[in-house]
Design a binder for this molecule. Structure first.
Ligand code: PLP
Length: 413
């Protein structure tokens, strides 16, 4: 047997990331037969109608105008003060909850997930999320010995399955001191679902019930990576107000990311933001997270922080940015509408889509179906229980023709 050097806890299966693998194959196909003849719906980034990455002018013109020193110098471990203020402003807009709110900078939303899961769960703990979920939740948490467990996101009528949520939430509460839940809303990846305000009331109601036991610690992690592409910027933020004045043993942590909202995927900038009625809990959050920053990545991308604060603090720049973003949001909406309508027309079952970058199609044997679809030059991502189609990455025409191609492949498999 050949020598193995890596520590036991770092021995992972030698698999290539399936998404990148299919994405590479799609790109090869585009090169050999032309972009018009390939539908590459694997990519989790906003692409224009010709399949080129969208980079917002209002963002990159500002970035290129920065002084070199504002990009080059070290930043504060917790993030630059003006960045942290800008994050709160752009995250909550008119719906800033009451309470103690503290933000700590992180490398993207991924970094915020790491900060929250590491600092608010114990080794061996189960972390709750829906059965349709963004798979890095597992990689990020299993690295430190946590386990993701799931509830069913939808019931048989394709409504939010609060009963399943409640059952799993109570199950974890019966075994663990901490009940850590990840809710990726609005514009969930991969389904495009957004938790409604009524559903939020139920989730918070249940959390409050469990919180009457003072020994329980409830952490609601709200992953808002796609919030800037959800319906209207204000309506999609109303739920934040519900986090005001919660019991002290309920802590809300919001995972903020610049990746999608500012087309800044590679800049790796985000923040974890806590909301609590207790000053002590907020202080603890701050010191716990800053310690993790130092221990893992030190400080974050100073240029990206300056970029955000420059745009957000200047009314005119922010207005221009919002206008530009709105154009792309409208483009995304049109694509998704066409896909959803066409799916309905051809009788392709999809999960309830509300907002965002992706639509999901439940099916058996997702990998085989994806492989079959490559014969039609349609590339998408296989999930555990279905397929993910990236409406963010393909034009309206391709969104229109895809449902019937997928429907055919499903009949064939
Ligand atoms: N959460 C979800 C559901 C995502 O899909 C992503 C990115 O794809 C992220 C968080 C975090 O992204 P980033 O680390 O680039 O901010």
């Amino acid at each position: 047997m050949s020598q193995s050097m890596v520590a036991k806890h770092s021995m992972w299966p030698r698999q290539k990331d399936i998404i990148f693998n299919l994405s590479e194959r799609a790109q090869r196909a585009e090169k050999s037969i032309g972009k018009d003849n390939v539908i590459n719906a694997t990519i989790g980034a906003l692409m224009d109608d010709y399949g080129t990455l969208i980079t917002m002018d209002t963002v990159y013109n500002e970035y290129k105008s920065l002084d070199n020193k504002d990009i080059s110098a070290y930043a504060s471990l917790e993030g630059q003060p003006d960045y942290l203020e800008a994050v709160k402003k752009v995250c909550f807009k008119e719906y800033m909850p009451d309470g103690y709110i503290k933000a700590v900078a992180s490398p993207g939303g991924s970094g915020a997930i790491k900060l929250a899961t590491w600092n608010y769960t114990e080794e061996g703990d189960q972390i709750l999320t829906s059965d349709w979920f963004w798979s890095p939740y597992v990689s990020i948490t299993e690295e430190t010995g946590r386990k993701v467990s799931t509830y069913q996101l939808f019931d048989e009528n394709n409504n939010f399955n609060f009963n399943s949520f409640k059952k799993e939430f109570l199950n974890i509460a019966s075994k663990q001191e901490r009940i850590f839940t990840i809710l990726n809303t609005p514009a969930h990846n991969p389904t495009g679902y957004s938790v409604s305000d009524d559903e939020w009331d139920k989730i918070i109601g249940l959390s409050k019930e469990v919180a009457t036991n003072q020994d329980k610690k409830i952490i609601l992690f709200v992953d808002i990576a796609y919030i800037d592409f959800a319906s209207d910027d204000n309506a999609s933020r109303k739920f934040f107000k519900k986090f005001s004045n919660l019991p002290e043993n309920i802590l809300v942590i919001v995972g903020f990311s610049m990746s999608k909202g500012f087309t800044a995927y590679g800049m790796r900038m985000g923040a974890a933001i806590c909301i609590t009625a207790s000053e002590n809990v907020a202080e603890e959050f701050y010191y716990g997270c800053v310690h993790s920053c130092r221990a893992n990545w030190s400080n974050c991308n100073r240029g990206a922080m300056k970029l955000l604060s420059n745009i957000v603090q200047d009314e005119e720049k922010f207005e221009k940015y919002t206008q530009e973003k709105t154009l792309y949001k409208e483009m995304l909406k049109r694509r998704a509408k066409v896909f959803v309508e066409e799916a309905e027309k051809v009788g392709l079952d999809i999960l309830p889509y509300r907002d965002g970058f992706f639509v999901s199609i439940p099916c058996d044997n997702p990998r085989e179906v994806c492989e079959e679809l490559t014969k039609d030059n349609l590339y998408l991502v296989p999930l555990k229980a279905g397929l993910r189609f990236a409406v963010c990455a393909v034009n309206e025409n391709k969104c229109k023709v895809s449902p019937s191609i997928i429907k055919n492949a499903l009949q064939y498999i």
